[in-house]
Design a protein around this ligand. Sequence first.
Ligand code: AGP
Length: 370
Amino acid sequence: VTAEKGGFEHFMLKEIHEQPKAYRDTMRGRIDESGKKVVLPELKLTKEQIKGISKIQIIACGTAYHAGLVGRQAIESLVRIPVETDVASEYRYRSPIVTPDTLVIVVSQSGETADTLAALREAQSHGAHVLAITNVVGSSIARDADDVIATLAGPEIAVASTKAYTSQLIAFYLLSLYLAEVRGTQTQDEVARIIAAMQALPEQLENMLAKPDAIKAYAEQISKHEHLFFIGRGLDYAVVQEGSLKLKEISYIHSEAYAAGELKHGTLALIEEGIPVIALATQDAVLEKTVSNIKEVSARGADIMAITHEEHVVSLLKSVNQAFAIPKTLPLLTPALSVVPLQLLSYYASLARGNDVDKPRNLAKSVTVE
Ligand code: AGP
């Protein structure tokens, strides 16, 4: 434990705990005093340009890409503009359809990821306006982009990204609300309701971070396994993809994240007695369907841990071995809370396996080769 780690054993744990502050810092100055409007004075993108956007492409790598998956749902549901998401290393090679009325959003913690920078340049060469969501304002991506929304997570040292991801979610929520206002797709009351829920997130997160014991105990249990599955639907599916990457990256446990409804199209064959399955079940609109997928794996003997809301714990415990409750917010904002137990799970699983949590093997913090 050193002073630079703020009393924490690892940078990763410190950064997980810095998330409430990162949320507050990323929102600060971007919500007007009435609490009914998002303001993004840094944007060069004009209201006229925003009204003319025909399509949005979100491009990033790894964890930043996973933030983009949530960003896509935020934009599509609040602004009703079609959104495509691409892994940056694939973007150029699918000959993407980009026109001057395409808004391209690149997401990068470091702002130095070579694939993301190359995608940015490709998009600009077709005349698209490129907006970067980045944590490093002096970075190459920030310099080359036409617009920047800075996440104010502070320096992220651990290779495994945590606070940068959740701050990217906050940036996407803010951007979506701003676009919705300009395009008139949400009422002022609805925007105010979402803003109020966003402002409650830091405290909800603090409460959750104060009680890590159940997740820690579960992490020790899964650390003895070599394979496991994550399942979820909708936004839960987006979040489990991030949870699975995090777990692989630092614990070296093989895991796959599956859209819960897709399991029966092949992967169910891999479910056998005792295999851990982590089911994220926070999205009420698809809860019943997720429960029926949980029953499919339970019938094959899986050892299931559900992450859900308090009100569903009792009924879910009929089909799962254990359940962990997270605080309730709006469904769209839930990823900003639900990813945190998954971050802690990876952290404690990595720790239990004696790995170098902050510097996992074979990986670099910022990937500057294509
Ligand atoms: C996250 O835990 C990973 N280390 C990795 O996927 C990372 O998010 C990716 O390399 C993108 O980095 P960037 O955000 O700096 O562009």
